[in-house]
Design a protein around this ligand. Structure first.
Ligand SMILES: Cc1cc2nc3c(=O)[nH]c(=O)nc-3n(C[C@H](O)[C@H](O)[C@H](O)COP(=O)(O)OP(=O)(O)OC[C@H]3O[C@@H](n4cnc5c(N)ncnc54)[C@H](O)[C@@H]3O)c2cc1C
Length: 334
């Protein structure tokens, strides 16, 4: 349980030192992490660190770093397979492995940074897909009671970028996720960027692997690589407002970008941020990316405090102009 600098373990590259650091390599480590949990007032589970912002220069507690690897096909039917994946597996590599084997359902979520065990936490989503639609159940270890149990999909409380683990149940360490994948490919083409890519490149038929590559290519052309320009992906959630509020905004801003939802309207946070002049602008060490205004980037040595101040400035300006309050998507760790 030694001290550890976390700068290389979070994609925003925030300099933060953890007082204690413990690795979870396999189920043999349950006892070790329970002890660490009991002995520390503050514990944080760290996976790939791609949705995490450390707010202080020191994390005055214990970091449990997820490293358990491995995956197994646990059942196979004529048209589907169930795959059990250990949390420490890299998400993008798992999706590619599935596509290479002709197992589909996750290809629109290709190239999202991070680990498998973190995927249910905020119900990762992209290009019209969300992981909740492919999860059968999640195996958790409760570090407080030392029990292991299974949370079935219906009990995960999945919603847009949300699950039971997003704001509570922090004593539950997810150590496996079980996915149901198709052996018959039904490409999901709802998303405009995918449809236009296929049209422009005159592609009529795709395999899961081709779709994985296409999504990866589209993402790489739009999103900054954290290795080059540190970031945590979409920094804010797309806000949902009432139909009534939307009608009012539409009158004042006819170009407003929105996605309709049952009984509500989801707005593009990137559009709102761009309209406030933040896109591509730099504020000391930080800025909203020139190609994707929803992504906050760290140009240098931003501290967690700088990130919070800049995020609050963006929230304030958007609220002033549109009367809509943005919510931070990234996990802020004190
Ligand atoms: C360039 C870029 C693009 C991105 N694009 C997308 C996107 O398209 N869609 C999307 O949804 N997200 C996106 N993200 C955000 C991020 O990739 C996902 O949220 C990802 O699932 C985070 O995984 P991680 O392993 O890095 O988690 P971390 O940041 O390490 O952890 C995230 C949260 O999950 C908890 N957690 C992690 N593992 C466990 C576990 N085993 N048990 C219990 N709790 C756990 C952590 O405590 C923390 O609260 C992007 C990020 C970047 C940098």
């Amino acid at each position: 349980m030694e001290k550890r600098n976390l700068k290389s373990l979070n994609t925003f590259a925030i300099d933060c030192v953890a007082k204690k650091f413990v690795e979870f390599d396999s189920e043999k480590d349950f006892e070790k992490i329970d002890k660490a949990y009991r002995e520390s007032e503050k514990v944080h589970i760290l996976a790939g660190g791609s949705n995490t912002v450390f707010l202080n220069k020191e994390f005055d507690g214990t970091i449990i770093k997820i490293e358990n690897k491995g995956k197994t096909i646990i059942s196979e039917e004529v048209d589907s397979v169930a795959v059990e994946v250990n949390s420490g597996e890299n998400w993008a590599e798992f999706v590619r492995w599935a596509c290479l084997n002709g197992f589909s359902g996750l290809e629109n979520l290709a190239a999202i940074p991070g680990q498998v065990g973190a995927s249910p936490v905020q119900n990762i989503g992209a290009y019209g897909s969300q992981v909740a639609d492919r999860i059968l159940w999640v195996e958790v270890h409760n570090m407080k009671t030392s029990d292991n149990y299974r949370i079935m999909n219906a009990d995960c409380e999945f919603d847009y970028r949300f699950s039971r683990w997003k704001t509570s149940h922090k004593e539950e360490l997810i150590y496996k996720v079980v996915f149901l994948l198709d052996k018959v490919f039904r490409p999901q083409l709802d998303y405009a960027a995918i449809r236009s890519y296929l049209e422009e490149n005159k592609i009529n038929e795709v395999s899961p692997l081709q779709m994985c590559d296409i999504v990866t290519e589209i993402r790489n052309s739009k999103l900054p690589d954290p290795e080059i320009l540190p970031n945590a992906g979409s920094f804010f959630k797309n806000p949902t407002i009432s139909q009534e509020q939307f009608e009012d905004l539409k009158q004042r801003f006819p170009q407003i970008v929105s996605f309709s939802q049952p009984n509500a309207v989801k707005l593009s946070a990137a559009w709102l941020i761009e309209q406030c002049g933040f896109k591509g602008e730099r504020y000391n060490h930080l800025g909203m990316h020139a190609k994707q205004a929803l992504v906050m980037v760290n140009y240098g040595d931003a501290t967690g405090e700088d990130v919070l101040n800049f995020a609050n400035l963006v929230i304030e300006k958007v609220e002033e102009k549109f009367g809509v309050r943005l919510e931070i998507e990234a996990h802020l760790i004190k």
